[in-house]
Write a protein that binds this ligand. Structure first.
Ligand code: ADP
Ligand code: MG
Length: 449
């Protein structure tokens, strides 16, 4: 189901363009729009289209690259819907095995848009990115074999491993590269077994030089698939072929995977990707907007970076909504539009206000710097501001005391606890103090979301 807000943002701007032999072409306002629809709503769209046209219906996007003007038509490019070939959707089971092989044999299954060029480097991903670069230069021969990139949802794992694949593809034209996520691997494997075509399956994997398996946590408790993967892994590793994997957690914390498989993963390198830090967020916002041909004011960039504190994917979601809002209302992207848009989106992202944002607001209110909130100063007004910032961090975010302390110059959780007690005491006994807190609360709410 799609809620009103999402419908307004994502579906209203869609313009049906053409319908030819089972293929519906829809026009979308930008590349971003296309990617967002593909990532989030492809099943909704497919189901709707199949409902009307019937099985075998195909979707094609026409993307506006240049909006044009009254004299010139917009310039567009057409892209097929990426899930036309093979989809996890159970309705698509009529796709035959041989078709499957055909698709995969000719294709590495890589998304050409996910490259190193548009993968922003930051403290949060430096190790993984460098290791990935090294692997891309010399697939199979570095000690990073296997290379495991792990970390939370939307932090760039898939982008990074796809970038490695794309780089290898461009540099080593004779190497065969194959990207698949573990769920599809399991599905493919099951399909082959039920068709008694295990040999084909095996042959297919034996000819691969670089295997990229995404989200291996989904191998959990799939014993037969793990067994198969174990054999493929051994074969590839022995022949110095490169294996690249991603996981939502460190390999040592993976549950439901056989020990012998896990112990193999230790042969190479595991690198994590973390939540983006402020600088990286700013760089990502600028780069994405640049790619869309949009310039936004510095204060808006900062505002977004401070407000979105979850993942790069959420950050992108905000940018896409902003672009969409600006397009729909024909307004420039300024602070006002940004606040409006964030207000309506924030529940989708995370109801938390970010701790960075709180620190910045409180620092402004007390006319101190964020650094002073974090450093060791015991000056009275700074201590007051620091305590109040900790208080709001506790009130408005779901962060643990330990994490809050960390964000305040690596203080420990007892310091935070002490600050909370101090603030609560003062609110009870000092009317003026209580009023100040209320005032700050109002401002935070106004400024934030
Ligand atoms: P994951 O696989 O970890 O869930 P993805 O690789 O799908 O995350 O990333 C989510 C989105 O964020 C993608 O659109 C990706 O292009 C983008 N992204 C993530 N990290 C970066 C980065 N460092 N630079 C640019 N875009 C990024
Ligand atoms: Mg992913």
């Amino acid at each position: 189901m799609v809620n009103d807000q999402a419908f307004k943002t994502w579906f209203e701007p869609i313009v049906p363009m053409a319908f030819r032999v089972n293929t519906l072409t829809i026009q979308v306002p930008s590349q971003f729009f296309y990617e967002w629809l593909e990532d989030n709503y492809v099943h909704v769209l497919k189901a709707a289209i199949e409902g009307v046209i019937g099985a075998g219906a195909k979707l094609e996007y026409s993307i506006i690259v240049d909006k044009g003007n009254s004299q010139n038509q917009p310039y567009t490019v057409n892209l097929p819907n990426s899930k036309n070939g093979y989809s996890q959707n159970s309705n698509d089971h009529h796709v035959t095995q041989s078709k499957f092989l055909e698709i995969f044999q000719n294709e590495s299954n890589l998304n050409p848009n996910l490259t190193f060029e548009n993968f922003i480097e930051g403290d949060c991903n430096r190790l993984g990115r460098s290791a990935g670069m090294a692997v891309a230069q010399k697939p199979g021969i570095t000690s990073f074999n296997p290379l495991v990139i792990f970390g939370g949802v939307g932090l760039g794992k898939t982008h990074l491993v796809q970038a490695i694949g794309n780089k290898i593809k461009s540099q080593f034209t004779n190497k065969s590269i194959f990207y698949i996520d573990s769920l599809k691997f399991v599905q493919m494997f099951t399909d082959y077994i039920s068709n008694n075509e295990l040999k084909d399956f095996n042959d297919f994997f034996m000819q691969i030089d670089v295997l990229i398996i995404d989200d291996i946590q989904f191998f959990a408790n799939k014993g037969k698939s793990q067994e198969m993967f174990f054999q493929i892994f051994n074969h590839m590793h022995q022949s110095s072929k490169q294996i690249i994997m991603t996981s939502d957690r460190s390999p040592k914390d993976l549950e439901g995977l056989q020990d012998r498989l896990l112990s193999r993963f230790k042969w190479g390198l595991s690198a994590d990707v973390q939540q983006p830090d402020l600088e990286t967020k700013i760089a990502i916002i600028k780069s994405k907007m640049h790619r869309e041909g949009i310039t936004i004011p510095e204060n808006v960039v900062e505002y977004i970076a401070y407000s979105v504190d979850t993942s790069v994917r959420d950050l992108e979601g905000v940018l896409i909504s902003l672009i969409a809002q600006s397009y729909l209302t024909q307004k420039e992207i300024d602070l006002e539009l940004t606040k409006e848009t964030l207000k309506s989106l924030v529940h989708d992202i995370d109801s938390d206000v970010s701790i960075d944002f709180i620190q910045k607001c409180i620092a402004e209110y007390f006319n101190v710097t964020v650094e002073e909130l974090k450093d060791k100063t015991r000056k009275k007004e700074i201590v007051t501001a620091r305590h109040i910032a900790m208080y709001f961090a506790k009130e408005y975010t779901s962060l643990a005391l330990k994490t809050i302390g960390y964000h305040f110059g690596k203080r420990d959780h007892t310091t935070v606890l002490h600050a909370l007690e101090a603030v609560n005491d003062l609110m009870e006994t000092d009317k003026k103090y209580l009023n100040a807190i209320k005032e700050i609360q109002k401002r935070l709410k106004m400024k934030a979301i």
